[in-house]
Write a protein that binds this ligand. Sequence first.
Ligand code: SF4
Length: 471
Amino acid sequence: MTTLIQTTAVKPRTAPLALDAGLIAKYSTQGPRYTSYPTALQFTDQFTADDYQRHLLRARSIAAPLSLYVHLPFCRWLCYYCGCNKIVTKKPGVAREYLDHLAIEIELLTTEIGATRPVTQLHFGGGTPTYLDDAELTELVHLLASHFNLDANQEREYSIEIDPRTVSPDRLALLRGLGFNRLSFGIQDTDPHVQQAINRVQHTEEIIALVGAARAYRFNSISFDLIYGLPRQNCTTLNHTLDDVIALLPDRIALYHYAHLPARFAAQKAIERHNLPSASEKLAMLSLATTRLIEAGYVYIGMDHFVRPEDELAQCQKKGHLQRNFQGYSNTLAPDVLGIGVSAISAIGDSYAQNSRDISDYYKKLDAGQLPIDRGVIKSTEDQIRAYVIMQLACNLRVSAQAFTDKFSISLWEKFADVQPKLEEMQQDGIVIIEHDGITITETGRMMLRNVCMVFDQYLNAHTQSYSKTI
Ligand code: SF4
């Protein structure tokens, strides 16, 4: 039997998180963020609305909690860096038409899955969820509350993405009243010149006022999204952004790399390439941001995310309970995710199902009384085995050989004997530690987490070019 455990292994480097330019150059490639496995590139139209209906019916009798994701696709303005599924419009009545179709979809869904499972997670994403006005947001929450068992427990995670240009402190009070307890602010960068270059001008004073209001209204968690690699950004501007961000002490920070792919995302054509920072400037910015956030007390949990050490995500990761779904990291165990709205993805049982990505098609199917499914996949046993390893590594930075054997009745080492040389090379590079009882990601390896997960991804080679950079 081939074994992955090297008795003569080179002593791995376990230094605190540090950016080694040589390692970054070696491991900088394109790869998934693993919010699902298999990823959406494996979804096909062979998975139909009938398949989805069967999975919903099967999920009806399960007592475990449920997670809801509602996609609200409209935006008032176009951010030039955007790669999201969104519709930029100021046309009156679009939200009304969309709400009417959400009502049809919710009715169809609850006919199958029922209304009893406690909804412990709810996320409004977009687009811009706060494109909806106060009455429309209230109507939508009422619609959900009248069809699902929304959880009253304070442990619930009810979150909404906030475009600071579309909310006031008073709107935050309304959102708190509607039951949201987590806010995710799209900050990106606070430098006015960078903001002009990406067509997203939002004043820092307004963000300060909103964060103050969010704390006053007792939102449990405040997250900021930041992006590095944007036009007109450099270490000096980013340093100022980090000053602004650290002063506000958000509980969580997602620091994303800007992927310039104008051939795929037309909006990005407005960003002039000569304004973009070079690869070495981007590495310097990543190093700067990582150093400053860690010095400010944040823990890097992996996959672009920094959190306060007392945050539940850091605590869950320590205990090995962290999980990941399409909305990112999460601490609450809700095994099934019901996606609602155009392009939304559901994870029900062993299936992933995605709604139509085209709004006309989404409306057409609902008007015909059909679940608006476009594509999906049913996970094979092989997928489930690989998904387990990838999610353990991505969330808890470790996969236990014993837990793997207990779950799948096979040895981790035998099952993945073919990737032994790759893992050994990663051990030599100080990214992982391979021991008899499992594989552990080192502090250095947290930056290359996606690369380690990719070792266990059997679909990767055909699709590498479709993903963003791993580092
Ligand atoms: S970044 Fe967000 S707000 Fe900007 S266009 Fe994209 S989805 Fe809309």
